[in-house]
Design a protein around this ligand. Structure first.
Ligand SMILES: [Zn+2]
Ligand SMILES: [Zn+2]
Length: 122
């Protein structure tokens, strides 16, 4: 069981068991949404996910309306959690794939052992 939430504590969540995929994305949307140059996310089945507190959603992407922390995206097959919002650091989940590497900054190294995709997977 892992716990996480936003910076101000208004939104809290838990994910149970292991994620079925962990990735790093360098796409233009992730850059804008995070304010950084990439995001690290983990995907869990929907039934493994519980959330408490009021959150807002823009274009499928949920965040805390009070402090602005980006948190998760709920979609049909599961939930994609922004792993930086987990409480424990380091979180000891390792990206298995990197996507949109054509947008990766040249000073960032590729993650050893992670599949490399120019754009999306598949
Ligand atoms: Zn907050
Ligand atoms: Zn992205």
């Amino acid at each position: 069981m892992r716990t996480g939430g936003c910076l101000c504590g208004a939104v809290r969540y838990t994910v149970a068991g292991e994620s079925f995929h962990v990735g790093r994305c360098h796409c233009g949307d992730c850059r804008k949404r995070s304010g950084s140059t990439y995001t690290i996310y983990g995907q869990w089945p929907l039934e493994a996910f519980e959330v408490a507190g009021e959150y807002a959603t823009y274009d499928g992407d949920s965040f805390c309306p009070a402090c602005g922390s980006r948190l998760f995206s709920v979609y049909e097959e599961g939930v994609e959690v922004q792993l930086g919002s987990l409480d424990e650091a380091p979180f000891e989940l390792r990206p298995e794939a990197e996507i949109w590497i054509k947008r990766r900054e040249p000073w960032l190294h590729e993650i050893e052992g992670a599949a490399q995709h120019q754009e999306n997977r598949h």
